[in-house]
Design a protein around this ligand. Structure first.
Ligand SMILES: *Cc1c(COP(=O)(O)O)cnc(C)c1O
Length: 410
């Protein structure tokens, strides 16, 4: 008899987007003339930049010639891309990395989901709340949590981030071993200053814990004093893994390329207390289970770093961030309490009159025909909050905010 991994049964169904879809469909059926604007999408909408398309075409042609054709590539990524990543994303910030400390992959979703595999099952995991659901779900699947009770998994440490603590997670009172930080954060759009990140690095050093740092929105940071990499913090190269993605940075959500930095100095331990570098374990995991990113895609990613590529992706990011400003300022002008939207393409708002997240979803849909995302979809501390995204078109964003200003009954 084949037994299933019963940890999967602990997970509630992916109710959020299905339920949003159901409510929108029902509303459309009753109101076929409604012009619905979606500000709930967590996906980019602008096409790939011309510099990227040019490299992509060139690489496709190379694959059609015997002299330049390539089969299996290195599972860790081609050196041309890794060198370019190190030179552009790290060296200018004073961070030195070796080629075998950077692993190119098909996504930060896969990497943040898979990375927990190389840790023992008895580690205590801490996540900020609300957050990108992959960290939690992958640890539930692995059996590192208990069951779901009153909206929270037992054996897991939730670090609440809300308006009361200015979205700055507190160091856990209990001892934890693995800490997920998503900075800038999805869904709250908030960041952490250097002084806060320093506390986490110190905590990790003192407790022999590991920080898994998701910097998928690093390129959206606008303010000067916000760190772009955890390795800007002294000592982080001993305790932190960093995940970055071309998805939001350069419109690769459908093209697929990301990378993960695993410094050789980051150690975890056997139960006997012997230290072991995570770099070699992750390398072993990837070479066994992952075939590498296609050559043509890695060539496309390389173009992100060319002078033209840099300018073009910056223009797109500025476009999204101008949308974020329109949303943020528009909501503030009618007295709503809003967060984020300055260093990330997400605007997180406190629902008015203590409405619950779904009540506000229905209100926004019915009164102004706008679809957003209820905060509860990202964790229990998302209750009473709501996410809007800046990934739409300028026209739709402006129209949506006009409608909210003129027709939303507060
Ligand atoms: C969108 C997103 C990612 C991107 O994942 P990819 O698999 O690289 O597309 C990673 N982390 C967070 C928090 C995200 O919102």
């Amino acid at each position: 008899m084949a037994l299933i991994n019963e940890n999967y049964l602990k997970l509630p169904g992916s109710y959020l987007f299905a339920e949003i879809g159901r409510r929108v469909t029902e509303y459309k059926k009753a109101n076929p003339e409604a012009n619905i604007i979606r500000l709930g999408i967590g996906d980019v909408t602008k096409p790939l930049a011309p510099a990227i398309i040019k490299n992509l075409h060139g690489a496709v042609d190379e694959m059609g010639q015997a002299e330049t054709f390539r089969g299996y590539g290195p599972e860790q990524g081609y050196e041309f891309l890794i060198q370019t990543i190190i030179e552009h994303d790290y060296l200018p910030r004073g961070i030195k990395l070796e080629v075998d400390e950077v692993f190119v992959s098909d996504g930060t979703k896969s990497d943040t989901g898979n990375f927990q595999e190389i840790f023992g099952i008895d580690n205590i995991v801490a996540i900020t709340d609300p957050v990108y659901p992959v960290y939690l779900d992958s640890n539930v699947m692995a059996g590192r949590t208990g069951s779901l009770e009153n909206g929270k998994f037992t054996k897991l440490v939730y670090m609440a981030c809300n308006a009361e603590n200015n979205f700055i997670p507190e160091l856990p009172k209990e001892k934890v071993d693995i800490i997920y930080l998503c900075v800038p954060n999805n869904p709250t759009g908030t960041t952490l200053p250097k002084t806060e990140l320093e506390k986490w690095v110190k905590y990790a050093q003192e407790n022999k814990a590991i920080i898994l740092f998701d910097a998928a929105y690093e390129a959206f940071i606008q303010e000067k004093d916000i760190p772009h990499s955890i390795y800007e913090i002294e000592g982080a190269k001993d305790v932190a893994i960093e995940f970055r993605s071309f998805s939001k940075t350069a419109g690769f959500t459908g093209t697929r390329c990301a990378y993960t930095v695993v410094p050789k100095t980051v150690m975890a331990y056997t139960t006997k207390g012997e230290s072991h570098p995570l770099n070699s374990l992750w390398n072993r995991r990837q070479t066994t289970k992952f075939n590498g990113v296609p050559y043509i895609i890695q060539k496309a990613a390389e173009a992100v770093y060319s002078p033209e590529g840099q300018q073009q992706i910056k223009d797109t990011i500025n476009y999204y961030m101008a949308n974020a400003k329109i949303i943020r300022e528009g909501l503030e002008s009618i007295g709503l309490q809003v967060f984020g939207g300055i260093n990330a393409p997400y605007i997180w708002l406190k629902t008015p009159n203590n409405m619950d997240s779904w009540e506000f979803f229905d209100k926004l849909l019915k009164e102004v025909n706008i679809v957003g995302t209820p905060g509860t979809g990202f964790g229990p501390s998302g209750a009473g909050y709501f996410r809007l995204t800046a990934f739409g078109t300028r026209e739709n964003t402006e129209q949506a905010i006009e409608r909210i200003k003129n027709n939303l009954k507060l």
